[in-house]
Design a binder for this molecule. Structure first.
Ligand code: ADP
Length: 424
């Protein structure tokens, strides 16, 4: 029966009852009294049904009461709604269990933290890696249980674009990587991974590059020394050896530059720059650097614009090397008579150190990959300019060590601007 039909049947029954009460009452000589009596009986019946309904709603687990017509229909409908809600609840619960099971069995640690900073849930790996207990630690403040100052700073700073790596000194050395994802209403999901093996391999790679570069330096210095001596006495040489020897000398120079850059890069990678900071007078540094380069390259037009005297915490040698790489690139990739401008200014709460040229420019396609080691837009041009392919990798590392961003803007045929953006 449809709800409409059940309702109509109930209405029909009511009209019939009223009509019958009036007819019988009329025959008996008191239609209104009988109608009132009939309506009172009806009201009592409805009240009784409502009481049954309320009682059942309080104990929905039991079967609904039996009833005919309209009330029966109402019980059926409510029962169906209730069954559907229960099915949905079960389905949601099993999905939640499934999700928690999968997070629980994850190799990486996962901790759900409320907006107030207390632990809501953690999986087995998090318990193993961070020494948490679950459910015993539920409701405890995460920062009270994970007592790592660097993690505290990372957690409170709220900048989670990059994960945090921490080397733990304990019974045995361990490197952990933390990543935090905010979700919901200020809640956070903290992931922690044991990357000891990866960190060890990375360290070995760095050491290897550093050691190889270091070891290659001595034989190269000897070769270069002999070549220089031979070339200095070129008049005693047979003519046919002159050019090959000159090329050998050029290539050894290139190799020497390469080794120098590789060693510098591996030093930048291994030394914790944040640890040894001094306030750097950037304007002074740029003035000094520009003066040096004007002496070395008197034919080049190099302008310097200093609009702020702001200082930044950093490392003088590193900043010097980064900016000189940028200026030398600007020289390499532009015409000899074009202008290169170095500037230091402040805008929108940021400090900008920019090197701008009017050179060949870079196709937007290459920009995202420029800071990769040995990445070159045009190999033939690069070997002609004598670049090592490591300059921008060095700049990127120095920027990262100073919590600065390297922005590159360029237009093919018009020129490029490389900007180091420091936060105030
Ligand atoms: P390289 O030693 O080859 O110059 P870098 O790492 O310094 O290596 O630069 C990578 C590449 O980026 C260069 O080979 C060049 O193609 C491009 N590049 C860098 N600076 C500029 C610039 N100012 N103008 C145009 N291209 C540039």
């Amino acid at each position: 029966m449809t709800p409409q039909a059940a309702w109509l049947a109930e209405l029909r029954r009511l009209i019939l009852l009223i009509a019958a009460a009036l007819a019988i009452g009329w025959l008996l000589g008191g239609p209104w009294a009988l109608l009132s009596a009939a309506l009172i009986v009806l009201a009592i019946r409805w009240l009784w049904q409502m009481r049954r309904l309320l009682h059942w709603l309080q104990e929905p687990a039991i079967e609904p009461p039996e009833a005919l017509g309209f009330w029966g229909e109402m019980y059926d409908r409510l029962y169906q709604l209730q069954r559907k809600a229960r099915e949905r609840e079960n389905e949601l619960r099993s999905r939640l269990d499934y999700l928690q099971d999968s997070l629980s069995s994850m190799h990486d640690g996962a901790v759900m933290v409320t907006a107030g900073g207390s632990i809501e849930w953690s999986n087995h790996a998090a318990q193993r890696l961070l020494g948490l207990r679950y459910p015993a630690d539920r409701g405890q403040a995460l920062l009270n249980l994970v007592r790592l100052p660097a993690f505290h700073r990372y957690y409170i700073a709220g900048a989670f674009d990059d994960p945090l790596q921490l080397r733990m000194q304990g019974e045995y050395e361990q490197t952990l990587q933390f990543a935090i994802t905010p979700f919901g209403n200020g809640d956070r999901l903290v992931f922690v991974r044991d990357i000891t093996r990866e960190a060890h391999l990375e360290q070995m790679r760095r050491d290897f590059v550093g050691n190889v570069s270091h070891e290659l330096r001595t034989p190269l210095t000897v070769i270069k020394g002999y070549l220089d001596t031979i070339l200095a006495n070129a008049e005693h040489l047979e003519g046919r050896f002159q050019r090959p020897l000159e090329q050998m000398s050029q290539q050894t120079q290139r190799m020497e530059n390469l080794l120098k850059d590789l060693l510098w890069l591996s030093r930048l990678e291994s030394v914790r720059t944040h640890a040894r900071r001094e306030q750097i007078d950037v304007a002074g540094l740029l003035q000094e650097l520009v003066d040096e380069l004007r002496t070395l390259y008197p034919e080049r037009a190099l302008a310097l614009q200093l609009d702020t005297g702001a200082t930044i915490p950093g490392d003088y040698r590193e900043l010097h090397s980064a900016v000189s790489n940028l200026i030398l690139n600007a020289f390499k990739y532009s015409q000899h008579d074009s202008l290169v401008t170095v500037s230091w200014r402040q805008a929108d709460g940021e400090l900008l150190l920019a090197v701008e040229d009017e050179g060949i420019g870079i196709d937007a396609l290459h920009i995202p990959r420029l800071t990769e080691r040995f990445y070159r837009v045009d190999d033939s041009r690069a070997s002609a300019t004598g670049g090592t392919g490591l300059g921008l990798a060095i700049v990127k590392h120095v920027a990262a060590g100073h919590r600065a961003e390297l922005r590159i803007a360029s237009l093919l045929g018009k020129g490029s601007t490389f900007t180091l953006v420091f936060q105030r």
